[in-house]
Write a protein that binds this ligand. Sequence first.
Ligand SMILES: Nc1nc2c(ncn2[C@@H]2O[C@H](COP(=O)(O)OP(=O)(O)OP(=O)(O)O)[C@@H](O)[C@H]2O)c(=O)[nH]1
Ligand SMILES: [Mg+2]
Length: 547
Amino acid sequence: MPLVRHCIACTRAARPQRFPLAPLGRFQSSSRAVGPAPREIKEDEDDFEDVIRELHRRKKVDEKRNQKGADFVDFLRVTVRGGKGGSGTAAFLPSRRGLGPPCGGNGGPGGSVYITTSPFLTSLAGATKRLIGGQGGHGSGNLRHGVRGEDTIVTVPLGTVIREIRREGEAEKTTADNDALGLDREERRNRTRERWLVQHPNFEANDKDIREAETLLRKAGRWTQRTPGFDVSPPLELDITEPLAEPLLLSRGGVGGLGNPHFVTEKTRLPRLASRGVLPVTRTFEFELKLLADVGLVGLPNAGKSTLLRSLTGRRAEVADYAFTTLNPQIGVVRVLDDGTWAAAPRSAIEDTELERREDERSREAGDYKPLPRAPRQRKRRERTRFTISDNPGLLHRASENVGLGHSFLRSIERSLALAYVLDGRRPDPVEDYRILRAELEAYKAGLGSRARILALNKTDELTEDDIAAKIEALKKAALEVDDGRPEVLVVSAKFGTGLDQVVNVLADAVDEARPPAPKPIKEKHPLPPPLVIEEPIEVEEDLIEV
Ligand SMILES: Nc1nc2c(ncn2[C@@H]2O[C@H](COP(=O)(O)OP(=O)(O)OP(=O)(O)O)[C@@H](O)[C@H]2O)c(=O)[nH]1
Ligand SMILES: [Mg+2]
């Protein structure tokens, strides 16, 4: 059976494929956000502004619900493959006597796929489900080699765990297909020839040329039963806990095909054949994000976790008076100074983000807008220590069964060294809330609940002294009963910044105590095999060429 003719001498180098980095993942939870029932809009409400505000709020809640956390992804199954190598070309220099010396260029190698980290990411949303390196360009006449395919680099947050779950090569897949089709030896051979060889567009190669080319490709390790680069080493496993100094190779691009000068032999001086590029092995990985914050904030929806994050770190987390304002975990840095204060301490009350936005808008329109004054530089005070703290979506009863934002949230606090429970002081029974939170953490992973170092009774600015005293008393009793009195019970107002010095210092000590002595270096357990090398083509002098 003749080979399918394929003129690539005149095709332009294929543009490397690019894959847009679009968020693709979604929460695994199917349940809807549950929060306090929306306020009834009364017909006789005379304040029109209030009605508008309520409608605006409802619209926002709906938007958040519909979004279902699509911009937070903590689990992704990803197919990774280096780009295919471009094809070589069969071409000849023009000559008065007929065909001149062979001058087909090699195909360019395919682009590789690399992984790198960013300390600013807290979601896998930037990764796509298919990470494919750009295809190498085809070679062309006059020994012009194809361009290298573009590399694909995926950026993931620190704390991403990568597991290889499948490896599949083109040759293995073809063999399985051939078996399924029940092809005989001859048909299999022709299929392989079609896969690997490219003919000159005008001059057909004879059977002898093809057999010789086949032998050469076998010697070069390309014409094999196994896809080049397919190895049987154990699956790759990486736990990225430290920033990567340089991008790490996940899959190498395939080598480019060989131009016809490579097929010159003693017998065949004018090879009418070139070879195609290698299609590298396809690997399937699972990316799982386990955020690495030293401290995790845990609380029911609307307890004031984001307000606390803002007052401790200055990070502009969204604050609003409804449940599930926060859908993505966010990480901030608390810089503890040697006098016990912390660097980003707020200088005014933290208002709801929407109110701040309106105020900004109003003042801009009125022309009296003043940006917030910068915090004075801490010249005399030195930083004693620093730790990271994550604000998480609200936890609900049965979150361990994936209710609410469920596992996605629990996964991200799994590795925190210490936890701080944020309890809404305005709710009737903070002890009950504490028990719910603890039970959910325990149900998700035994021992997680007891990692709590603080029970912060928040929103105490709205409580009477008697009320605070009674609730603190009850919480201390419960902490003693449930957690041997390990977590400190603190009176806090995240909004007005009261009681926070103690929060900072208790957490700083807890983190220092629990921190492992030295971070583990990242090691690539199973380095990928080296790329195939393209040998130098055999030089042919013009006088030796037969016509
Ligand atoms: N009075 C008072 N209100 C507070 C305090 N802390 C938070 N709030 C208010 O409580 C509401 C909820 O605060 P958030 O920080 O968004 O609560 P959250 O726990 O992050 O909520 P979700 O992200 O929805 O789980 C907002 O209106 C805050 O202004 C506080 O100490 N005192
Ligand atoms: Mg929040």
